[in-house]
Design a protein around this ligand. Structure first.
Ligand code: SAM
Length: 236
């Protein structure tokens, strides 16, 4: 009896600790959004008004090296985002064939890596930011990758199912918009397909994992490095 009461007490404490952590994650995201609002427009604006500031970065991975043109008004225009690097260095190889998705492609580093690692597949690089999509298309051409399509989420011709989804998702759109976006695209995972998402621990990676599990998506953490988590999500 005492053992059960002890266990119930401990379970209650763990639940409270989980809720506290989730609240702390949310507070941190809100604070982050507020400070970003003060600094500049969001990188997920459809048509960024920021004056162009063209840049060129080298993306050097253990198996790949490509150049990417970047600009102001797109996510992490100055360097390969450290979370994106963690994803690209830890994710298992993509399926060799079929339709693959990079959700929120930005200037395209994830989509380009997917396309280079799976030359027999078609990679759909999806973003709402038109400046980012233009850069992504130019970067694919520069890298000689013909198996990449850079499109908005509403583009006709987008497949109904994807064999794999990789994403560094836009946490800053807010929790509800993020959840809606993920639920809609994860719903397009083909049976047996997997998604890999990289999320900063301080921006709610663990609460996102709990939300995915609560919604019935088998989600596990396959890597944790430099403050980022890589979540693997299976089709449900
Ligand atoms: C964290 S950034 C990652 C960019 C790029 N994949 C990288 O790793 O550098 C997330 C991207 O999602 C895009 N995004 C925001 N809302 C979106 C939506 N509803 N559908 C698709 N992409 C969206 C943003 O414009 C942004 O480029």
């Amino acid at each position: 009896m005492a053992g059960q009461a002890g266990q119930a007490g401990q379970a209650g404490q763990e639940q409270r600790a989980g809720r506290d952590q989730e609240q702390a994650d949310q507070d941190r995201v809100s604070q982050d959004r507020v400070s970003q609002d003060r600094v500049s427009e969001h990188y997920f604006t459809a048509s960024p008004a920021a004056a162009h500031r063209p840049g060129l970065i080298q993306v050097v991975l253990p198996d790949l090296h490509f150049e990417c043109a970047t600009d102001a008004g797109v996510f992490s225009g100055g360097r390969l985002d450290p979370g994106t690097r963690v994803l690209l260095e830890t994710v298992p190889p993509p399926p060799a064939r079929g339709d693959l998705l990079d959700l929120g492609t930005g200037y395209g580093p994830i989509a380009l890596a997917m396309a280079a690692r799976a030359p027999g597949a078609t990679v759909w690089a999806v973003d709402v930011n038109e400046r980012a999509l233009e850069l992504c298309a130019a970067n694919a051409a520069r890298a000689g990758l013909g198996n990449l399509r850079c499109v908005t989420p509403e583009a006709p011709g987008l497949p109904g199912q994807f064999a794999a989804i990789w994403s560094n998702p836009p946490i800053r759109v807010g929790k509800q918009a993020l959840h809606e976006m993920l639920a809609s695209w994860l719903g397009r995972l083909a049976p047996g397909g997997q998604a890999h998402l990289v999320v900063q621990r301080n921006l709610g990676a663990d609460s996102l994992q709990r939300w995915l599990q609560a919604e019935g998506w088998p989600a596990s953490r396959i890597a944790s490095r430099s403050g980022y988590r890589v979540l693997q999500v299976a089709a449900r």
